[in-house]
Write a protein that binds this ligand. Structure first.
Ligand SMILES: [Cu+2]
Length: 120
């Protein structure tokens, strides 16, 4: 391998390294909020977000299959025991919005909800 080719190869490897670091940074930059569902509450019950700032919701269940639904932001996921469901959302409006469980999980399911407070 001649020295010029070696230099090009080294530059390529360096560039790939920078790209990987940028991706890792972009991933870790987004705040992850873990929400645990259990019959018949979400914990935390209230989350605070900033308008326009992406966030990842990590949803887990402590007992049965649940659903997470934030209709104002068109965000929903099934929450399966033993798995973490991840949904990304970017709140596009400020105010107080409801999220709820949309998978019947027993007597008490109807009252299973929480609030998302989005500030500008
Ligand atoms: Cu439910």
């Amino acid at each position: 391998m001649n020295s010029q080719r070696r230099r090009v190869l080294a530059a390529g490897i360096a560039a790939a390294g920078v790209a990987c670091a940028a991706v890792a940074f972009a991933r870790t930059k987004e705040k992850v909020i873990r929400i645990t569902a259990r019959r018949f509450v979400f914990q935390p019950r209230e989350i605070r977000l900033k308008k326009g700032v992406p966030v990842v919701l990590e949803l887990v269940t402590a007992d049965v299959v649940m659903g997470f639904n934030a209709p104002d932001f068109k965000v929903r996921a099934d929450i399966i025991p033993g798995q973490a469901a991840r949904v990304r959302m970017v709140p596009d409006k400020s105010g107080t919005f409801v999220f709820l469980c949309d998978v019947f999980c027993g007597d008490g399911h109807e009252g299973m909800s929480g609030q998302i407070h989005v500030v500008a």
